[in-house]
Write a protein that binds this ligand. Structure first.
Ligand SMILES: [Zn+2]
Length: 335
């Protein structure tokens, strides 16, 4: 397993008391190393995304604004999102890490890559930052793949709806965007009826789940709702918005997962890839450092073929009725 990480991701400084903090990178690396990753061997050299690569998903005026705010020492970008002087460098290298991972997988270096990037990306919209996110890292990679005539599945298991990623690919038939998320919760989007624009009907799949939803509910959602849609779509690549804030210990969400559940999520999502070397994970949220480390252990150990559950799986939480209703609606759409 390849790992994309860079010192720049730690230098993006969100200030005192912000949940999206530099220590998160260390927690992820601790989880990767505990799973048997050797950072000396498995690290990929990150690179900066080019301006043209960023402009596939973001407005030039926004990128200019971000550059100048950081050059002036940083500041508040929106209600939740802060930039420091180093944030522009972190953001463009964060986006470039996914591109470097894709190149390394194409070269046959490994079967899978995990990008331990900060700042996160899935809330960043075409014209701006949002929800701790500056540049939509996973979208930059997906757009690069689409430009190379590849079909891309994005699975977003972060607790929050990835509204930015959904917006960017809303009308793009070559990208299937799938999100499992808590509802109600920030940012308030991601209703089950949001399914894609006029040129991309049924290439957005939203699975809003109630607070307290457990691992069995997530597994059922992937099996009963997502798997049939993915089968019909036939992706060439699978990209994952791997947030770990669906863990029950997370301080800003209310879902009911434990670290062991990420074994089952990872197993199912990895099986959507059409073959080896077509799977890239991107760190999104996850704000309890122990839960973040343990969730990464579950994910990485599974990808390395020796699944480990730092905590048992969870079951019995609410959400089965939502899954059944959404599965029935999708079965009807595809009939
Ligand atoms: Zn999140």
């Amino acid at each position: 397993m390849l790992v994309g990480v860079d010192e720049r991701f730690v230098r993006h400084d969100t200030g005192r008391g912000h949940p999206e903090r530099a220590e998160r990178v260390g927690a992820v690396l601790a989880g990767l190393v505990a799973s048997g990753v050797d950072l000396d061997v498995d690290a990929i050299e990150p690179r900066s995304a080019t301006r043209a690569e960023l402009e596939r998903v973001h407005a030039a005026a926004y990128l200019d604004r971000l550059t100048s705010i950081c050059a002036a020492g940083g500041g508040r970008l929106d209600a939740d999102t802060v930039a420091s002087s180093e944030s522009w460098e972190a953001a463009r290298f964060g986006a470039g890490t996914g591109l470097a991972a894709i190149d390394a997988l194409r070269a046959g270096r490994s079967d899978v890559a995990f990008c331990a990037v900060r700042p996160p990306g899935h809330h960043a919209v075409p014209a701006g930052s949002m929800g701790f996110c500056l540049v939509n890292n996973i979208a930059v990679s997906a757009a690069a793949l689409v430009a190379a005539d590849e079909r891309v599945l994005i699975v977003d298991w972060d607790a929050h709806h990835g509204n930015g990623t959904q917006d960017i690919f809303w009308n793009e038939p070559e990208v299937l965007y799938v999100s499992l998320h808590q509802s109600p919760l920030y940012p308030g989007t991601g209703g089950a009826d949001e399914a894609g624009g006029p040129n991309a009907i049924d290439t957005t799949v939203n699975v809003p789940l109630p607070p307290g939803a457990t691992g069995d509910v997530y597994a059922a959602a992937l099996d009963e709702i997502v798997a049939p849609v993915v089968d019909r779509f036939g992706p060439d690549w699978v990209l994952v918005s791997a947030g770990y804030d669906a863990h029950r210990a997370d301080p800003i969400t209310d879902l009911g997962l434990a670290a062991g559940d990420f074994v089952d999520l990872t197993t199912r999502v990895a099986a959507f890839a059409p073959g080896a070397g077509r799977l890239v994970l991107f760190l999104e949220g996850g704000y309890d450092l122990d839960a973040l480390r343990d969730g990464v252990i579950a994910t990485a150990s599974t990808l390395l073929g020796e699944p480990r559950r730092p905590e048992p799986t969870t079951a019995g939480g609410p959400g089965r009725a939502s899954v059944e209703r959404i599965a029935a609606a999708w079965a009807e759409r595809s009939a």
